[in-house]
Ligand binder design. Structure first.
Ligand code: MN
Length: 218
């Protein structure tokens, strides 16, 4: 059967040292993986098991993008996160730095109404991800986010409640993981609102940074 229109190609992420890009298929995101962030949101970390939400790969935009201030919100927040890219056998093959942009007001309403998070988490431009660096060693690295040059979020990756092997173990119990699957591993404390004119830079030691400019509403 032929498609009735041209299918959207999977978005590609640059890979340091490679000519080709990493085709992104699925984006899995974990919630409350830093105790201090869970606390600032008024939650406790569920030590029993992590919880997950997803973003469409088409929500992804590359580092260096200008994101028009998204519709439907008055409270757009940044969340800087370690991103892990999986290979064909579902094992991590590369790391990156990403932004889980969040319509916090919609998320708060969803939580109140015990409704799903999709509209707060999965919208165009909500996953901003920098170039991937081959390798999977997260040890000894610090993650931080700067807004207009000022540090807003900063923590060692070792502050994660569940480390990468733990997260993968749990996710493998729910999905058959493989190439094209990304994991966003949660954000440290310090999330806050951003607006038109703000310049965001996410950094993780030894990895390519992620840059985002917030523009006026489209
Ligand atoms: Mn997040």
């Amino acid at each position: 059967m032929d498609p009735i229109f041209s299918p959207r190609p999977l978005p590609l992420l640059p890979v340091i040292g490679r000519d080709g890009g990493y085709p992104v298929a699925r984006i899995f995101c974990v919630g409350r993986n830093y105790a201090a962030h869970a606390a600032e949101m008024g939650n406790e970390v569920d030590r029993e098991e992590p919880f997950w939400f997803t973003k469409s790969c088409f929500a992804m935009i590359p580092s260096g993008s200008a994101l028009p201030y998204p519709p439907g919100t008055r409270d757009l927040h940044h969340e800087v996160e370690l991103v892990v890219a999986l290979g064909e056998d579902g094992e991590p093959i590369a790391l990156g730095c990403g932004l889980d942009m969040t319509r916090r007001d919609l998320q708060a309403r969803a939580k109140e109404g015990r409704k799903p998070w999709d509209t707060s988490k999965d919208f165009e431009g909500s996953a901003v991800i920098g170039a991937l660096t081959p390798g999977a060693d997260t040890s000894g690295r610090t993650i931080r986010l700067l807004v207009n040059g000022a540090v807003r979020q900063e923590a060692p990756l070792s502050d994660m409640v569940r480390d990468l092997p733990d997260l993968l173990d749990h996710l493998r119990g729910l999905y058959r993981l493989g190439s094209g699957d990304l994991i966003m591993t949660g954000t440290p404390a310090g999330v806050a609102a951003v607006g038109p004119g703000d310049e965001l830079v996410g950094e993780i030691d030894g990895l390519a940074p992620v840059h985002l400019s917030i523009g006026d509403p489209a």
